[in-house]
Design a protein around this ligand. Sequence first.
Ligand code: GTP
Ligand code: MG
Length: 218
Amino acid sequence: MSFHFMFKIVIIGAAGVGKTSLIDRYVDNTFNFNCQSTIGVDFKTKDVEIEGKIVRLQIWDTAGQERFQISFSSSIYKNADIDIVVFDLTNEESLNKIGSYLKEIENNTRANPLIAIVGNKSDLIEEQIENVEERINEILKGRELKLFKTSAKDGTNVNELFYEIAKTFKENQPKHHLIANIDFENNDFENNDSENIVLEDIVFENPERQNSKSKKCC
Ligand SMILES: Nc1nc2c(ncn2[C@@H]2O[C@H](COP(=O)(O)OP(=O)(O)OP(=O)(O)O)[C@@H](O)[C@H]2O)c(=O)[nH]1
Ligand SMILES: [Mg+2]
């Protein structure tokens, strides 16, 4: 399997909002009621075809619990092409944390990443926070970021979320950031500090590293 572009997506948000569950639903089409807290970072990949090109999405899962989090100054955040900030549509506290996550992204990413806000657990219809769109607009303070409502449990909007953000990124940034300086053999992702190289329409052979560093969450 080969691919034309690779985009690095980082998923951020409070503990228990469903970050890992969203990735598991999207990549493996699975859902686990007793998903364990993520420790540190983890990633999975999925290839998606967008307008005739194969785009490899490298999706990084982060820990919501502060004691398991890695620093926002880490290259994981710095080199992100796309940041997805997730909250739980049934949990006020997770909504109130969005502002501080946005500040961390703005302070720690090198280039302007594409940012999407995701309210997860849309299946829990009875327990939804009221006036969520208005609340989000207040938090965004004029930033024009798209809000998606998803359910990792029943799959609502999950494929659409990843497809739409990848397509938007591809369209808005014709010169793509292909993550350079990765030692595929040794999975040396932490030292990926070089300038991103610009590559267009070059097909890369699959380095056979998919999920090689993944820790199974569930
Ligand atoms: N009803 C419902 N439950 C969900 C959904 N997504 C996740 N959950 C549940 O919410 C809990 C937390 O999900 P996780 O995916 O572990 O949350 P997380 O954001 O990765 O949590 P941390 O790794 O601790 O930061 C689990 O019990 C999931 O089964 C959803 O869309 N609907
Ligand atoms: Mg998790």
